[in-house]
Design a binder for this molecule. Structure first.
Ligand SMILES: Cc1cc2nc3c(=O)[nH]c(=O)nc-3n(C[C@H](O)[C@H](O)[C@H](O)COP(=O)(O)OP(=O)(O)OC[C@H]3O[C@@H](n4cnc5c(N)ncnc54)[C@H](O)[C@@H]3O)c2cc1C
Length: 380
């Protein structure tokens, strides 16, 4: 049943969300604020295990090189929403969500054009945002642990952020549950027989191996699991994996002053401060072999990880003596041949929404996706 129709009736609108990474959890939380919606979320494993469990939670909007436009606005809305959501979620759930509000420092290297950053800083200023261009003297004084040999300066973005993706996802789930949403983990959604559909492209129920689920809206937020689901609905969708490896290290002496702990990013490697001398370093970007195009062929490559660590140590020599306490990898869901993410109605269906393929920025974009999904349902 569509939301508008519901207004004039007393029936619930049944929403089924498949996938409980950051995207499914954000959609559940956003929709759970509409009391007329009965929300059920299904995941084949525990929450925040797939791409979300591997993510570093770096949120880049002002420092992204997109000067303006829709993509930039979506990034910005992500951070603006987290600035509101995170204190709300902490209060509602009584959980701490590590959220670094000290900004992002992006290092610029020999050969880069600082004037391009100066122009972007002017655009950001007109947008009410701040980007500060830092010279080497400033970096020497404020970040003495950096090796500046190849560095010509940096750009500091105070409004960008970093969040712990797992803590955030679990808090979104807890808050949505308080609003009445229900979560079903270790419950794969597999369309057993052709799902029932009316002539008008309205999917009315799903047959899973264990039950038949009545629904008014189906939201597919299953990351790399989404193409298999759309294939069962006779629609193809090409989302491919891009592997990322990352590590957590601990150093004896924390780097820099406690009050100056932005995420530091250089050559596409992030150094994410976690407090007490702990840091995440990541992540590699490893594509499938174009010929084999097989998930199985995409194993973490130790050479790539070693190269990333060498680059990190070249930038921050103190990391040479750091102890690696954790190492992991994850697969980013990347739409093939079209921009990320995919947030739209599935072709030929009036009540199946795709919210998938967030590639490298799913944590950043999850709130925007959740708002877009809400809009589609409200307009339905
Ligand atoms: C190493 C690494 C670093 C990253 N760093 C960042 C970062 O700094 N900032 C950022 O914004 N993004 C980052 N990302 C990207 C980000 O992790 C993803 O874009 C985001 O997590 C995608 O979220 P999702 O909920 O769509 O997918 P996922 O987290 O993959 O969740 C999909 C869920 O769907 C479930 N599922 C699939 N099929 C089914 C089915 N048939 N039935 C039931 N459940 C199903 C899965 O079990 C899974 O839990 C990083 C990714 C990696 C790998």
């Amino acid at each position: 049943m569509k939301l508008r129709q519901w207004m004039s009736s007393s029936l619930d609108v049944n929403i089924v969300i498949v996938g409980c990474g950051i995207v499914g959890a954000a959609i559940a939380y956003e929709l759970s604020q509409l009391p007329q919606l009965k929300i059920r979320v299904f995941d084949r494993q525990a929450p925040a295990q797939a791409a979300t469990g591997a993510a570093l939670g770096v949120l880049m909007a002002a420092i992204s090189q997109k000067p303006k436009g829709n993509t930039f606005q979506k990034r910005l809305l992500g951070i603006q929403t987290y600035d509101q959501w995170i204190p709300q979620l902490e209060a509602i759930t009584n959980r701490e969500i590590p959220y670094n509000r000290q900004g992002i420092l992006r290092l610029c290297f020999v050969g880069e054009d600082l004037d391009r950053w100066r122009s972007l800083a002017e655009i950001r200023h007109a947008q009410g945002l701040q980007l500060e261009i830092c010279d080497r003297a400033y970096l020497v004084a404020n970040y003495p642990y950096l090796n500046l040999e190849q560095v010509i300066g940096a750009v500091y973005s105070p409004s960008d952020r970093q969040v712990n993706p797992t803590a955030l996802t679990l808090a979104l789930i807890a808050a949505a549950e308080q609003n009445g949403a229900t979560f079903h983990f270790d419950t794969p959604i597999v369309f057993k027989s052709p799902p029932l559909q009316t002539d008008s492209g309205n999917l009315t129920r799903l047959n899973t191996p264990t039950e038949t689920i009545e629904l008014d809206w189906l939201i597919i937020a299953a990351g790399l699991g989404s193409p298999a689901l759309t294939a069962s609905l006779q629609q193809s969708m090409n989302i491919r994996p891009v592997l990322g490896q990352a590590v957590q290290v601990v150093v004896e002496q924390p780097l820099g002053l406690p009050k100056r702990q932005p995420v530091i990013t250089g050559n596409d490697i992030n150094l994410v401060p976690l407090g007490k001398g702990k840091y995440w370093i990541g992540a590699t970007v490893e594509f499938e072999d174009a010929e084999t195009q097989s998930f199985m062929a995409l194993h973490p490559n130790s050479d790539r990880l070693d190269a990333m660590m060498r680059e990190a140590i070249a930038l921050v020599p103190a990391l040479k003596n750091a102890q690696v306490v954790q190492q992991w990898s994850g697969l980013r869901p990347r739409p093939e041949g079209r921009p990320a993410p995919i947030v739209e109605l599935l072709t030929d269906y009036t009540n199946v929404i795709l919210a998938s393929g967030h590639y490298r920025n799913g944590v950043l974009l999850a709130p925007t996706t959740a708002k877009q999904v809400k809009e589609i349902i409200q307009q339905g």
